[in-house]
Ligand binder design. Structure first.
Ligand code: SF4
Length: 65
């Protein structure tokens, strides 16, 4: 299964991923970074890929584990 991950060193909290795919990504107030908030990504592949493509910092990876 492909797993999305956010690199905290690259994320600038622009909000794009959360806007595109709020089921998966959330900007958490505690550290002001995007986090993956679920572990079952079935049916969400398209929105995850759109979030990857629209991250200005290339902070999101989406690869097989
Ligand atoms: S789109 Fe990229 S830079 Fe913007 S909040 Fe999401 S992970 Fe961070």
């Amino acid at each position: 299964m492909k797993i999305p991950k956010v690199d905290p060193e690259k994320c600038v909290a622009c909000g794009n991923c959360e806007a595109i795919c709020p089921e998966v990504f959330l900007i958490e107030e505690s550290d002001n970074l995007s986090h993956v908030i679920i572990s079952d990504f079935f049916g969400l592949e398209g929105c995850i890929e759109a979030a990857v493509e629209n991250c200005p910092e290339d902070a999101i990876t989406y690869e097989e584990e």
